[in-house]
Design a protein around this ligand. Structure first.
Ligand SMILES: [Zn+2]
Length: 508
């Protein structure tokens, strides 16, 4: 096991992460921070290797083992566990493995690719009355034996709401047969049910733990009470399910006296990043985003240097989670539907975030949202959308050309770094012109359209030579809008990654 010790300081809400080898951080220096975070790698050197985070508060308290990502087609548990690993605690110890089954998560499949029988289903690999024999299950069981946790919590998702479909365990807590567990689960369910409007989506308590699961093995083999917390992948965006996981785990930790960060903590003070210049990026995945648009956008932005990316929804934005981030990204889809999902208070929160120094990146639908000519748009850019009647002008490749500043800022590392003109994917993005609003700064054009699409009656000659990518300061913050889709064009992902340092420019 290789340990990387991390000392954390919290200044003005900013994360300062001092990262180094254990020998470089004295125990005194680490404990002076109030919380000590260590990261080590399970199954190190194997294709299944995955990080484990140990958060130790200064004050004594219970030890909780939290696992996410046992099943690769249940991304909410993995995402929630990663977010909880960034929380502060006032007491006790959290041992967190956010991505237990990395190979299955990568394949987006329940089972580990290439493994047959119980070995393939990681949550059936923990025998009652014995130990797991191989693979990552042995490393997870070692955590139980080494840390001797007071509880084991395993985060999962079902395919449907158990309340209305008994074939699924979605939206339930499956707990060990123990009065304490029953009482705690009831409390947790009350907390999450208070946020759920549809009666058929409320949570149930289930007492039968499945044989082979880590939760059951912890209880039956080691006498450690346990819970499997299941959200439901049907209907809601990832950020919504993760929010439920966060609230349930928060309620649990709070009740046990660990004094955790608030349940709205998506990217908290102990987040572990690749450097001290961490860029914290939120990708909107709420209503109006295109199918898989947020997931794809996140995977592209995660390839940027020093970047931590989390998905957030309308609920998150309305309660102020953007304060935890440097940049908000609105991907493609429908700008008006995203605005509707945000609601007036969500839109106000975004405008205030940028005015106060945040960065806004909008692509296609997200670019419409940044304009100033709709009653629902955010008005971050002095840009109005023209020829709105023919917004369905087409989906396909279109020729564009750099401006000098655009090329300097966005082209490095892309396939278009040497060419003045290049081809980019376009899908009914906005055609901008200056709106001339005196209270807004003039935008700067980084890329111009040179070609055009003229489907569905769109007249020729409107699109060429209009701005394709623009940027401007807004208050203390910055906004950039892409009408076309670099994230859908091979070789051009770098354009989005390169936009991030400029968007976070208030930090310099
Ligand atoms: Zn599962």
């Amino acid at each position: 096991m290789v340990f990387r010790s991390l000392a954390h300081r919290f200044t003005r809400g900013r994360i300062l992460v001092a990262l180094g080898l254990a020998a470089l951080v004295t125990p005194q220096a680490a404990s002076a921070q109030g919380i000590r975070v260590q990261q080590h790698i399970l199954a190190e050197g194997s294709p299944a290797q995955t990080p484990c985070y140990v958060l130790r508060a200064k004050k004594a308290g219970p030890t909780i083992l939290i696992i996410g990502g046992m099943h690769g087609n249940e991304p909410s548990g993995a995402a929630a566990a990663a977010q909880i690993a960034s929380w502060n605690i006032g007491r006790g110890t959290l041992v967190i493995v956010p991505r237990a089954n990395v190979l299955a998560l990568q394949a987006q499949k329940r089972r580990t690719p290439g493994l047959a029988g119980s070995a393939g289903d990681l949550n059936r690999a923990f025998p009652i009355g014995g130990k797991p024999r191989d693979g990552i299950a042995t490393d997870l069981w070692n955590l139980v034996e080494t840390h001797k946790p007071d509880w084991v919590i395993d985060l999962h998702e079902g395919f449907d709401f158990h309340r209305t479909n008994k074939r699924s365990v979605g939206s339930s807590i499956i707990h060990s047969a123990q009065e304490r567990a029953q009482k705690l689960a009831t409390k947790m369910i009350a907390a999450v049910d208070a946020t759920i409007e549809a009666a058929g989506q409320r949570f149930d308590r289930i007492k039968t733990q499945v044989a082979g699961s880590l939760a059951r093995a912890a209880w039956e083999n080691a006498g450690i009470p346990s819970m499997i917390i299941e959200t439901t992948s049907k209907t809601h965006a990832l950020s919504y399910r993760v929010r439920q996981h966060r609230l349930l785990v928060y309620t649990f930790l709070h009740d046990l006296g660990l004094e955790p960060s608030p349940p709205t903590t998506v990217l908290g003070p102990t987040a572990i990043g690749p450097s001290t210049d961490l860029l914290r990026v939120a990708v909107f995945d709420g209503g109006g985003t295109g199918k898989n648009a947020a997931r794809h956008m996140r995977s592209v932005l995660e390839t940027a240097d020093n970047c931590l990316v989390r998905r957030v929804g309308s609920h998150d934005i309305r309660v102020g989670v953007l304060n935890q981030f440097d940049i908000i990204v609105h991907p493609g889809g429908s700008g008006s539907a995203q605005a509707k999902a945000l609601g007036k208070s969500g839109r106000t929160a975004e405008i205030q975030f940028v005015r106060g120094g945040g960065g806004y990146l909008g692509v296609c639908g997200g670019a419409y949202l940044a304009a100033c000519n709709y009653e629902w748009s955010l008005g971050l850019l002095d840009a109005k959308v023209i020829d709105r009647k023919h917004w369905r002008r087409g989906v396909g490749p279109v020729a564009v050309e750099w401006t000098p500043v655009g090329r300097t800022t966005l082209s490095p590392g892309s396939s278009a770094s040497k060419a003045p003109r290049f081809i980019i994917q376009y899908a009914n993005g906005p055609i901008f012109e200056r709106a001339g609003k005196s209270e807004l700064e003039d935008f700067e054009t980084l890329i111009f359209f040179r070609g055009e699409l003229t489907q569905n009656g769109a007249p020729a000659g409107v699109m060429p030579d209009t701005p394709a990518v623009v940027r401007a300061n807004f208050g203390k913050g910055r906004a950039m809008a892409f009408s076309p889709h670099p994230e859908k064009t091979a070789g051009l992902y770098a354009l989005l990654n390169n936009s991030l340092p400029w968007l976070a420019g208030h930090r310099q």
